[in-house]
Design a protein around this ligand. Structure first.
Ligand SMILES: Nc1nc2c(ncn2[C@@H]2O[C@H](COP(=O)(O)OP(=O)(O)OP(=O)(O)O)[C@@H](O)[C@H]2O)c(=O)[nH]1
Ligand SMILES: [Mg+2]
Length: 207
């Protein structure tokens, strides 16, 4: 599969601002600094499309990217970069806006067919269980992607992956994908999972 175009569409903070076009859509969710924006760029092989920073709290709005590809199931779709949760240095007022903003998005967006929950391989997120349950409560089954795989040696990766898998209330039949935006480890697996999520929705919509 080849990405033929990837364009930033708009940044939104409220549902009346979302793009009107109805396409299948996959959103990236997770703590600040976990690598949401980097993962989107790496998947699309477009450096700098989604803004990345070493400082947590970079993405503060809901950012829509419109993608076209040569894959028959993924001809046109949106990838959506969400603000991160749970970073104390972001002013409280801002953080308090993001929870409801993300919740509205996850509830209201008709084309949303996949939620990718990113988890840092080095950090067992203490809010991970609540986050998975919150996403489910809002009607989505998250795909868990363990990011920054390159930060651990090969021998430590599988153990860390297992630990995360066991600590989250994910169905073990569901794949948990190990990913690195720096080395592109997991690239094919993640595209395959996205394709599956989009394909499921298109079958449902009879497209
Ligand atoms: N080593 C390594 N670093 C990564 C990887 N992915 C992201 N990073 C780094 O992690 C930092 C945060 O990345 P972002 O993509 O901005 O993270 P984010 O989740 O979008 O963060 P917010 O927008 O603040 O919520 C940057 O310094 C990235 O270069 C990865 O796979 N491996
Ligand atoms: Mg970001």
């Amino acid at each position: 599969m080849k990405v033929s175009s990837a364009d930033f569409v708009k940044s939104c903070v409220a549902s009346n601002q979302y793009p009107k076009e109805c396409l299948p859509e996959v959103a990236f969710l997770g703590r600040s600094n976990v690598g949401k924006s980097s993962t989107i760029n790496a998947l699309l092989k477009r450096k700098g499309l989604a803004k990345v920073s070493m400082t947590p709290g970079k993405t503060q709005t809901i950012n829509f990217f419109r993608i076209a590809s040569t894959d028959t199931l993924l001809k046109h779709f949106f990838l959506v970069d969400l603000p991160g949760a749970g970073y104390a240095k972001v002013p409280r007022t801002l953080r308090e806006q993001w929870g409801p903003m993300i919740e509205t998005y996850l509830t209201a967006r008709a084309g949303l067919c996949g939620v990718v929950l990113l988890v840092d391989i080095r950090r067992n997120d203490t809010n991970g269980v609540e986050t998975v349950e919150w996403i489910r409560h809002l009607g989505h089954e998250p795909l868990v992607v363990v990011t920054k795989a390159d930060k651990l040696s090969r021998s430590h990766r599988q153990a860390a992956l297992r630990q995360i898998q066991q600590s989250l209330p994910v169905n073990l039949a569901h794949q948990v994908i190990l990913y690195s935006a720096h080395t592109h480890e997991g690239h094919q697996e993640l595209w395959k999972a996205i394709r599956h999520m989009v394909g499921g929705q298109q079958r449902g919509m009879n497209l």
